[in-house]
Design a protein around this ligand. Structure first.
Ligand SMILES: NC(=O)C1=CN([C@@H]2O[C@H](COP(=O)(O)OP(=O)(O)OC[C@H]3O[C@@H](n4cnc5c(N)ncnc54)[C@H](OP(=O)(O)O)[C@@H]3O)[C@@H](O)[C@H]2O)C=CC1
Ligand SMILES: O=C1O[C@H](COP(=O)(O)O)[C@@H](O)[C@H](O)[C@H]1O
Length: 533
């Protein structure tokens, strides 16, 4: 008999309670409930206070559904371990892997141990912490839409929670087609009534507006909006969080943040890797559904929104959705699609069999008072020359510049530019015109640099860590709310349908090249020179 059997409650009564009570029991944030950095325990406290109340903080159980999948192993478990390691999870935490594979707890521990690493900057006692973490990790073997499996999950969680206040997170790391069934089953049979329940679902959150609406309505029939966290790990990058910090906590940027001073904005997500290892996923979705509808549009929304009333997640989401709804209808003529050719370094490389794009560029306009007429050029692509993730803000010319004679003819090269970069190497640059030291008056376009690796001697946490901690803390500002999701699909769905109906062929481009030449024509059409070469 395992340690759980003794303390597990009668599953049928637990189910009854679940059905009788509201399913939507999201409570105040974990931080307000005491889940904040704590010392990682040196003793195993899992069972010490069962059966009596005291002032112990609420427990936290986290279930990873689809635990044997690529995402769970490569990202989710390592991020959970990193949070545990750094003391961001409560001491009475339980980690559950849920899958259809007949694994024991020990099997799962072995499987995930391969991908757990100790962070380089604080590897003290790492082995102990690893063992401690693995000792709190359990496996449930069942089908994802199976009520007995979810009941087992519930009762095993209860054996960790005892009669105390308890919170739960369910990470649905399963293919899109399984989301509705899994979420519905766990809503009915695996939620706790002794604290909050939150579920995390992975992008792309549907295939188009209609399928996304269907998924949303299925989720909202079982959960409240505030329980749902739609995760896109690219939004957990420091670049994204810093976008609003930079803008709203410095006097020098916000006054310039409008059509009066900004000439164009470029949002660039360019990958040097191809789609080889993710061909099946990618063939089904393509780059628009993979990164544009969530990551790129969210970046634009955060960039362009009006100042929110506060840092509260709902206040920020209220502003983001207004931007998304203000984006002008996207015309197919303002879109460039591409597909990279075979990566020559991959043995038996194949072309995609479909017309699925691996490259997308477009010009967007936000029809509101702040951004009227400012082109937002977006570019997302795989198999390109460089890995580059950045936002570039090009400013207008200095009106009546008295130094124009010194600046030369190519005025485009000498306007100010602010560059917020995630890759390669987190950095912020501000391009300015500067006098070259010495006699005479020669001007030079230089950069004020903030290179993170030089300034901050810290390892930047993986974005899954950042976002998982936000879920624990109940901070939803980087997660898409249903209305934001709907607005994003409303923008992209007509174009996606036109592409399908007209069987638009993507422009083929060399692997490791600069992408389709069409992107340069697009830039020229909107008076923008791509600045990522
Ligand atoms: N991998 C990545 O980099 C990214 C993934 N995502 C999203 O994350 C989710 C998970 O990704 P990934 O791990 O790659 O996915 P996988 O295809 O590897 O599936 C994950 C696990 O889900 C279980 N599973 C598979 N099919 C079904 C099904 N029909 N019903 C129920 N369970 C099923 C399997 O576990 P078992 O057989 O053990 O039960 C599988 O190991 C997906 O929604 C994907 O869109 C998003 C962005 C990037
Ligand atoms: O979600 C995705 O992200 C990766 C890039 O993630 P990173 O953490 O390595 O920057 C991208 O390659 C992939 O297409 C997309 O699905």
């Amino acid at each position: 008999m395992n340690a759980f059997a003794d303390s597990a409650q009668d599953p049928s009564s637990a189910v009854q309670v679940v059905l009788e009570n509201s399913l939507s029991n999201d409570q105040p944030s974990a931080s307000s409930l005491g889940v904040h950095p704590v010392e990682t325990p040196t003793v195993d406290t899992r069972f010490y206070s069962f059966g009596h109340s005291g002032d112990r903080p609420p427990s936290l159980c986290i279930a990873v559904i689809g635990a044997t999948g690529e995402l769970a192993r490569s990202k989710v478990f390592p991020a959970l371990f990193a949070l545990f390691y750094s003391g961001f999870l409560p001491e009475n935490v339980g980690i559950f892997g849920y899958s259809r594979k007949p694994l024991t707890d020990e099997d799962l521990r072995k499987l995930i141990a391969e991908t757990l690493t100790c962070r380089v900057d604080h590897n003290e006692k790492c082995g102990d912490k690893l063992n401690d973490f693995l000792g709190r990790t359990y496996h449930i073997n069942a089908r994802h839409d199976n009520k007995e499996g979810m009941r087992t999950l519930n009762s095993r969680m209860e054996s960790i929670e005892g009669n105390h206040e308890a919170n739960r997170i369910f990470y649905l790391s399963v293919p899109q087609e399984a989301l509705s069934d899994v979420s519905s089953c766990l809503a009915d049979f695996a939620q706790t009534q002794k604290g909050w329940n939150r579920i995390i679902i992975e992008k792309p959150f549907g295939f188009d507006a209609a399928s996304s609406r269907q998924l949303t309505s299925s989720l909202l029939s079982k959960f409240e909006e505030k329980q749902i966290y739609r995760i896109d790990h690219l939004l957990g990058k420091d670049l994204i969080e810093n976008l609003t910090v930079l803008r709203f906590s410095n006097l020098v940027f916000e006054p310039l943040w409008s059509r009066t001073y900004i000439r164009n904005v470029q949002v660039i997500l360019s990958e040097d890797c191809g789609i080889e290892s993710r061909r099946r996923y990618f063939d089904g979705y393509g780059i628009i559904r993979d990164v544009v509808h969530s990551h790129i549009l969210q970046t634009i929304a955060l960039f362009a929104m009006e100042p929110p009333v506060s840092l509260d997640g709902e206040d920020i989401r209220n502003e983001k959705v207004k931007v998304l709804k203000s984006i002008r209808k996207l015309e197919l003529g303002d879109v460039v699609l591409g597909q990279h050719k075979v990566n020559p370094s991959v043995m038996h490389g194949e072309y995609l069999t479909s017309l699925t794009p691996t490259f997308f560029a477009a010009a967007l306009y936000i029809d509101n008072a702040r951004w009227d007429g400012v082109p937002f050029l977006i570019k997302a692509g795989m198999g390109l020359i460089k890995h580059r993730v950045e936002i570039r803000i090009q400013f207008n010319h200095v009106p009546g510049n008295i130094y124009r004679e010194r600046i030369g003819h190519n005025i485009d090269l000498t306007t100010n530019e602010l560059i917020l970069r995630d890759a390669p190497g987190e950095a912020i640059f501000l391009k300015i015109n500067n006098k070259v030291p010495g006699l005479g008056l020669q001007l030079d376009a230089s950069e004020l640099n903030l290179l993170y690796r030089d300034k901050y001697n810290v390892e930047v946490p993986d974005s899954y860590e950042h976002l998982l901690l936000d879920v624990v803390d109940g901070d939803a500002h980087l997660f898409l709310r249903s209305d934001e999701l709907e607005a994003a699909w409303e923008l992209l769905t007509p174009v996606l349908h036109e592409i399908d109906e007209q069987t638009v062929s993507p422009e083929l481009y060399e692997f490791g090249g600069r992408g389709p030449v069409g992107a340069y024509y697009l830039g020229a059409k909107h008076g923008v020179r791509w600045a990522d070469d």
